[in-house]
Design a protein around this ligand. Structure first.
Ligand code: MG
Ligand code: ZN
Length: 217
């Protein structure tokens, strides 16, 4: 007898992710899945950078947390549409939660849909939600050894944001160690250094975002 439970669960998940992607492709929106540990600055990044996008760019956020609507409240003035997804004790967002999130949005009025995943460096990386791109944050206080310890998170990243760099000197952060570890697992993704306190790196992040939009036909 062949037992193949885990594979079939992931196949079903991937199939639903494809359905989600198809819905987003049909309206021409670009979806960015944002992943990191808790406290790396996912919400702050969105809060600060979305209002800096060119006028007329329409944004929406699906924000995942176990409990509370705190992040949705923080993002209320930064994006035109915000939906909070509470997972209870779920440690990652699933394609079926994104499907429900898409139902709650006016998809025809969105250019960029951001998914703020549950703060967790492990399992969110395993789940395709239907996104077009993945942005992974690593904040300086987390330590310069995390790329090697949590490689799967960084392997699938399309852009890597090193955040809270204003703390680098204080914490004697070794950027070379991070770049060296990345050189072994992901050489394609650009690595951007950001500080939300000083605004450093925000322009590079916005340039990257703008470059992800396919030309309108
Ligand atoms: Mg958050
Ligand atoms: Zn999980």
């Amino acid at each position: 007898m062949k037992i193949n439970v885990i594979k079939s669960v992931l196949d079903a998940s991937d199939a639903l992710a494809s359905v989600n992607r198809g819905r987003m492709d049909a309206v021409g929106l670009t979806c960015i899945n944002i992943l990191s540990a808790p406290g790396s600055g996912k919400t702050t990044l969105l809060e600060k950078s979305l209002p800096m996008l060119p006028a007329g760019v329409r944004t929406a956020v699906l924000v995942g947390d176990l409990q509370t609507t705190r992040d949705a409240e923080r993002l209320e003035h930064s994006a035109a549409q915000v939906v909070q997804i509470n997972t209870g004790n779920g440690c990652h967002l699933s394609p079926s939660q994104i499907e429900k999130g898409l139902d709650a949005l006016d998809l025809t009025a969105i250019d960029y849909l951001f998914i703020e995943n549950i703060g967790n460096m492990v399992c969110p990386a395993a789940f395709d939600l239907g996104e077009h791109r993945r942005a992974v944050l690593l904040s300086v206080p987390e330590g310069d050894d995390k790329v090697a310890k949590y490689p799967t998170l960084f392997q699938k990243a399309d852009v890597i944001l090193l955040t809270k760099i204003d703390l680098a000197e204080l914490l004697e952060y070794n950027f070379d160690r991070v770049y060296d570890d990345l050189s072994r697992i992901n050489t394609a993704a650009p690595v951007l250094r950001l500080s939300m306190r000083t605004g450093e790196g925000l322009d590079a992040w916005l340039d990257w975002l703008i470059a992800q939009r396919p030309a309108k036909q």
